[in-house]
Design a protein around this ligand. Sequence first.
Ligand SMILES: O=C(O)c1cc(=O)[nH]c(=O)n1[C@@H]1O[C@H](COP(=O)(O)O)[C@@H](O)[C@H]1O
Length: 275
Amino acid sequence: MSFMQALRTRWERADSLVCVGLDPEPSRFPTRFNDAPDAVFQFCRDIVDATAGYVCAFKPQIAHFAALGAESALLRLIEHIHQSHPGIPVILDSKRGDIGSTAAHYAGEAFDRYAADAVTVNPYLGRDSVQPFLDRADRGVVILCRTSNPGAGDLQDLPVAGSDGGRRPLYQHVAEKIARDWNGNGNCALVVGATWPEQLREVRAIVGGLPLLIPGVGAQGGDVAAVVANAKSADGSGMIVSSSRAVLYASAGDDYTDAAATAARALRDQINRYR
Ligand SMILES: O=C(O)c1cc(=O)[nH]c(=O)n1[C@@H]1O[C@H](COP(=O)(O)O)[C@@H](O)[C@H]1O
């Protein structure tokens, strides 16, 4: 099943638009992991098993594993998700972007080495740099559009000439370009931060039903009601609302799995109330 089919199926069957981000920070793990040699894998696996019933996707963030030399934990974690929770797509958050010949290796890294169903990609180098990802029609290509961080506007808001001759912010141009030209295989999604409700509304108006990955609720303070009101598609879906730290580190005690499950379920319910 393709990433887009799996995502839509999961939206419906689990009745959830929540994505749990897997960003391991060992200093925030419960103390029981202090001497555990395989702590990164075990902690993330526990969170996955506790929250699987409430999510439409999982999103491991590659730097959090690579900086710890824990690539093997990432591999085994994705394998675990596929085996124990079939049907839940995995979005590898690696935000790659390079010349085409190198990008082909990044696509191989995400889709063949790690067996991710989708990957986050930076569009700044242009279409040929994203093409190796776009060519994998069964996999999702989740492209940065208007990121959640405070400096997002430094470059993403710069005015550029639009197709109608008028000027508009670069992120809107990115949204239109991808929805109209790059999405020939129907496998594109866009990243827009939950911290920017106005920009979410603008992007939704441009891209129709294209899925939006929306990080920035929870630890970054994005407002769930505003996100849903501005970013939902015509059928009340279209969103992958991602939260990492607020779920992973909901408790530093021995109740960490219960606390994570409660946080994921509460986010699912809050989103569903507004859509
Ligand atoms: O691509 C992403 O996932 C992403 C895009 C963005 O604009 N902002 C953003 O925070 N993220 C990622 O989403 C996660 C946010 O985590 P929390 O703020 O802990 O929920 C991190 O792994 C970020 O790298």
